[in-house]
Design a protein around this ligand. Structure first.
Ligand code: AMP
Ligand code: MN
Ligand code: MN
Ligand code: MN
Length: 278
């Protein structure tokens, strides 16, 4: 039992599949255990847990918290959280409350670039202003042929430093860590290779994360290129972090790795699931 996929999204945030369909897909790919880790919400967990029970897949309650660390947006995954934790719920709500205002500014920027109506369109795709993410804007831009696919929407408009990118304050790292740990969860630094940090910034982030009680980093993730796995294996060893494995799946045809379809963790690492599973 080692096919753990501990990072997945559903329609409760910016994924394309319902929690049930997500878990069904992971199960059909041979996942032994799955976590649902939607952005800044625990809304999908109950449904996903029920599907997992029905399918005989072990389920881990998770969340992916958006953090602003200096100039950098960082994601911290909380695993094994209590979804009923009031401290966590209040913290996540404070993050979600900022989404509509940021989306309006992104839509304004797109309008200036000659692309009107994106706020309404993205909102329709998201289904709720609390879930509105850049992913929904990207899907709209792809669907209307403004870009060839969602990745291109980030590369051309929505990624950091691109013309419709809006700097936003999410949560502070120390707060996010306190919410996750206060809810009984294990804090995992998500896709550390995605932040574009130079060596000094990277070391500072890893040290701060560890000092605040961070226990694990993602090593094998759909958000790292396979040739990056070795880098993050070494970092996990150097800092004494547990290692996590998760597809970061958002949807078929959109995500590079399907749920339950990741390569194994390097054998030298201690998997994060040893914290709760044996
Ligand atoms: P948001 O929280 O609204 O800023 O949206 C962040 C989400 O957009 C991430 O969780 C990814 O799903 C997606 N995303 C961010 N940057 C990129 C990128 N460069 N390429 C593809 N997807 C991205
Ligand atoms: Mn996402
Ligand atoms: Mn992320
Ligand atoms: Mn994610």
């Amino acid at each position: 039992m080692d096919n753990f996929d501990l990072h997945n999204h559903s329609t409760a945030s910016d994924g394309l599949l319902s929690p049930t369909r997500l878990v069904e897909l992971g199960a059909s790919n041979g996942a032994d255990a799955m976590a649902l880790t939607d952005h800044d919400t625990v809304d999908g967990l109950e449904e996903a847990a029920a599907a997992a029970r029905r399918l005989g897949v072990a389920f881990v309650n998770g969340v992916e918290v958006s953090v602003t660390w200096g100039e950098t947006t960082v994601h911290v995954v909380g695993l094994g959280i209590d979804p009923g934790s009031p401290v966590l719920a209040a913290g996540l709500k404070s993050i979600r409350d900022g989404r509509l205002g940021r989306a309006a500014r992104m839509a304004q920027a797109l309008e200036k670039l000659g692309i009107p109506g994106t706020l309404e369109a993205a909102l329709a795709l998201a289904g709720s202003e609390k879930r509105l993410s850049r992913t929904h804007f990207a899907r709209h831009l792809a669907e209307t042929g403004r870009v060839r696919d969602t990745q291109h929407a980030f590369d051309k408009y929505l990624g950091k430093g691109k013309p419709a990118y809006v700097q936003h304050e999410w949560s502070r790292l120390e707060d996010a860590m306190a919410w996750i740990r206060g809810a009984g969860g294990v804090a995992v630094l998500a896709h550390p290779g995605r932040y574009g940090l130079k060596p000094l910034g990277r070391a500072t982030l890893l040290e701060e994360f560890k000092r605040l009680g961070g226990e694990a980093i993602e090593v094998v993730t759909g958000s790292h290129r396979p040739e990056e796995y070795a880098t993050w294996r070494r970092v996990a060893e150097e800092y004494g972090f547990l290692a996590s494995r998760g597809s970061d799946f958002h949807g078929p045809g959109e995500s590079p790795v399907m749920p339950g379809r990741l390569p194994p963790l390097p054998a030298s690492l201690v998997p994060v699931w040893t914290r709760w599973a044996h």
